[in-house]
Design a binder for this molecule. Structure first.
Ligand code: SF4
Length: 361
């Protein structure tokens, strides 16, 4: 779908006509997964679930960076905040995520120096202003955020900012798709692939997963028509049996992605195994700093190696991220767990599926 102006991607008449097409061709019971927190929010905000046939289910997958961060990494962030002469810097969503015994916001309330930043470069600036302290940045996010973190590390190294380091819980999207396809009980008939991530990775990043599993996959923008059009394409592929990897977001995504961003990323980071909440360890799905940049690796600098810990009792975030449960199937949903009293990250993050269900359903 290619329109000229962004407003056209929100046009109610065009949306109605796409819904009609969906209703006309859709016969099979199908489950599609969006793998991007921004898609989750857009789907709820625009009421897209409510206009689809009942036999089409949209699932929120492991696309919210805070939600997929393992409990041991949250514990590590809390542990950093308890150290003397330490400033912990983080994006806002991480503040309230409960670790095993505390959260960054609780530690802050008890006097720890935890600061919310909007960019990793803010953390570098804080380090420059506080040379007598160590500044750790809690790095979470996918291919979209990691190149900026790499650029910040290059900048810190260039300026000799030696009191700045990051704890990397950064992850890659394609290995998670493959891990989902390999998991018993997971049933997905198509992926609504992330828009922002794909701007960096390009369409080709998903080719191996598509070819191995022959699963309908559409890279998707964030406007209502983008999403409806993707759902239509996924239904078409399932109904006709002609499967394809489609770039439905050509106004932003190319085959090879952003080569400059990928070059910076690969200069600073290398692949490592990573633990994902709910899914467990996925080989080569994380990004760690190369040996050359180990002075900026907070885990190495401060010898931080937290043990694996289970999710909070009763929290079904892990199963929700794999499409095995919906938030409403969690026993704690809207009871012990609300946005004011979150038990798991899916209720904390603005992109989490529990928070989206709570707000919009
Ligand atoms: Fe976890 Fe709360 Fe979501 Fe249940 S409702 S899965 S406890 S975040």
């Amino acid at each position: 779908m290619s329109l000229k102006y962004i407003d056209e991607y929100r046009d109610p008449d065009l949306a109605r006509s796409l819904v009609k097409k969906i209703q006309a061709i859709s016969h099979k019971k199908l489950r599609f997964m969006e793998v991007c927190g921004t898609h989750t929010m857009s789907i709820f905000k625009n009421g897209i679930r409510s206009v689809l046939p009942d036999h089409i289910t949209l699932l929120s997958g492991p696309g919210c960076p805070v939600c997929v961060t393992a409990q041991r990494d949250i514990d590590a962030f809390v542990e950093f905040s308890r150290k003397e002469n330490m400033i912990v810097t983080t994006f806002g969503d991480l503040m309230k995520v409960p670790g095993s015994g505390s959260s960054l916001s609780k530690e802050k309330a008890e006097g720890a120096d935890v600061r919310m930043v909007y960019s990793v470069f803010d953390a570098v600036a804080i380090a420059k202003e506080n040379l007598d302290k160590e500044v750790v940045f809690c790095a979470v996010g996918f291919e979209t955020t990691t190149p900026t973190i790499a650029a910040a590390i290059l900048s810190a190294r260039g300026e000799g900012v030696n009191n700045f380091s990051i704890y990397s819980a950064n992850k890659l999207t394609p290995p998670a798709l493959a891990a989902l396809m390999e998991t018993d009980g997971v049933k997905i008939d198509g992926f609504i692939l992330p828009g922002h991530v794909s701007v960096i990775t390009g369409t080709n990043a998903y080719r191996e997963t598509f070819e191995r599993y022959n699963i309908p996959s559409v890279i998707t923008g964030f406007e209502p028509l983008d999403i409806l059009n993707s759902v239509l394409l996924l239904i078409e592929q399932n109904e006709t049996g002609v499967k394809a990897l489609v770039n439905g977001y050509t106004r932003a995504v190319s085959d090879d992605g952003n080569l400059k961003a990928k070059a910076i990323l690969n200069q600073v980071f290398e692949l490592c195994d990573a633990t994902w909440r709910g899914i467990g360890e996925i080989p080569s799905s994380g990004m760690s700093l190369k040996e050359e940049f180990k002075a900026f690796d907070a885990a190495k600098k401060f010898n931080m190696d937290m043990p694996d810990v289970p999710e909070p009792p009763g929290c079904a975030c892990g199963q929700i991220l794999m499409g095995l449960k919906t938030p409403e199937e969690c026993k704690l949903y809207k009871k012990q767990c609300t946005p004011m009293t979150p038990v798991g990250p899916c209720m904390v993050s603005s992109e989490g599926s529990c928070a989206a269900f709570y707000r919009y359903s």
